[in-house]
Design a protein around this ligand. Structure first.
Ligand code: GDP
Length: 363
């Protein structure tokens, strides 16, 4: 599965957001590729196209959304990189996520203590990001130690590695993220294999109180920093989202109408996560089930087939590609066939967002 880690200082609303995200009950057995772990939540990706495709296929078992996994990663405090707080456990969790959601406290509440005293998003962001950079510095230093002797003995390859890593180290030492480090394309593997925390994609989630839903002065601060870094910002009230998540669908609809918004803020977080993970969606449909599948942009038909079933891949013959909106427009697979609107593609075909795919395979 694809994983987003939720990080931030203590008491900024991480658990509240995590609980809201994971409150919808998705049957885990439908997602065998997901991690079963109390810190990991399987979260359905809202997608209106599924509802429209349901009307086309009228599947007996209904629809199955794509999911992404969210991981609640506690333990980031000043000094975390030096092993204070939950340093190591924290690290094990954050290393394995594909992207990071950084929650920043943008709400005042005298009943909720702030670890550093007052509400100050710019300082909080700096504390968290500095800890991540410090951890990466440690990782790179360890790697340098490992290859130093080989390089000294005259090994040309090791010398090259060493020079790349030393440049990276000074870049990090300037307080910069690994993601902004420039290197030659052929050295990409050298950087990737370190799994650096500051080389992951991330977004800011500004957690506001109910009055701040449309922004406040703290959100403005976050936006300023985010703009400089070219990072997306999502504004939510985690507490409100947690309450919304407890309601029935009907009650939730009414509540949202009262608030004057058309969808829960949670959806924005999920969609933003989907985007930074660089995922697209394809669909499968038949009389039993209509299902959305998340795959990395650039995935081929052959790879996608394997995600559904190993038999689909082993016996791959071709993929029949329909467009979701044409299916909805013409009303059935049969109608698309008659209009010649189904494309036949081979294993190298690159899946497009919104494809409805019928895999043909033989055993
Ligand atoms: P964590 O330590 O980052 O996981 O923070 P929690 O999710 O446990 O939240 C800490 C406290 O802040 C709890 O008492 C929450 O109810 C409260 N809290 C979380 N989000 C909000 C919010 O948007 N507004 C207000 N007023 N309180 C919140």
């Amino acid at each position: 599965g694809f994983k987003c880690g939720i990080v931030g200082l203590p008491n900024v609303g991480k658990s509240t957001l995590f609980n809201a995200l994971t409150s919808s009950n998705v049957p885990a057995e439908n997602y065998p590729f997901c991690t079963i772990d109390p810190n990991v939540g399987i979260v359905p990706v809202p997608d209106e196209r599924l509802n429209q495709l349901e009307k086309v296929f009228k599947p007996k078992r209904g629809i199955t959304p794509a999911v992404i996994e969210f991981v609640d990663i506690a333990g980031l405090v000043r000094g975390a990189s030096k092993g204070e707080g939950l340093g190591n456990q924290f690290l094990a969790h954050i290393r394995e996520v594909d992207a990071i959601i950084h929650i920043v406290r943008c709400f005042e509440d005298e009943n909720v203590a702030h670890v550093n005293g007052d509400i100050n998003p710019a300082r909080d962001i700096e504390v968290v990001e500095m800890e991540l950079i410090l951890k990466d510095i440690e990782t790179v230093q360890k790697r340098i130690e490992k290859i130093k002797n080989v390089a000294r003995s005259g090994d040309k390859k090791a010398q090259h590695y060493l020079s790349v890593y030393e440049n990276l180290l000074s870049h990090l030492n300037e307080g910069k993220f690994a993601s902004s480090f420039h290197y030659h394309a052929e050295d990409k593997m050298l950087i990737d294999e370190l799994h650096l925390l500051t080389n992951k994609k991330f977004i800011y989630v500004a957690n506001v109180d109910e009055a701040g839903i449309n922004g406040n002065k703290y959100v403005d601060e976050v936006r300023k920093i985010a703009e400089r870094e070219g990072v997306p910002v999502v504004v939510i009230c985690a507490k409100l989202e947690a309450e919304l998540a407890q309601l029935s669908e009907e009650e939730r609809g009414e509540f949202l109408k009262e608030l004057g918004v058309d969808e829960p803020g949670l959806n924005k977080v999920i969609k933003a996560g989907y985007e930074i993970l660089d995922l697209i969606t394809f669909f499968t449909g038949n009389e039993n089930e209509v299902r959305a599948w998340a795959v990395k942009r650039g995935t081929t038909a052959y790879e996608a087939a394997g995600k559904i079933h190993s038999d689909f891949q082993k016996g791959f013959i071709k993929a029949e590609i329909m467009r979701w909106d044409e299916l909805v427009k013409y009303g059935s697979e049969h109608a698309l066939r008659e209009h010649g609107l189904i494309k036949f593609e081979g294993r190298e075909y690159v899946i497009q967002d919104g494809d409805v795919i019928l895999f043909r395979f033989g055993i």
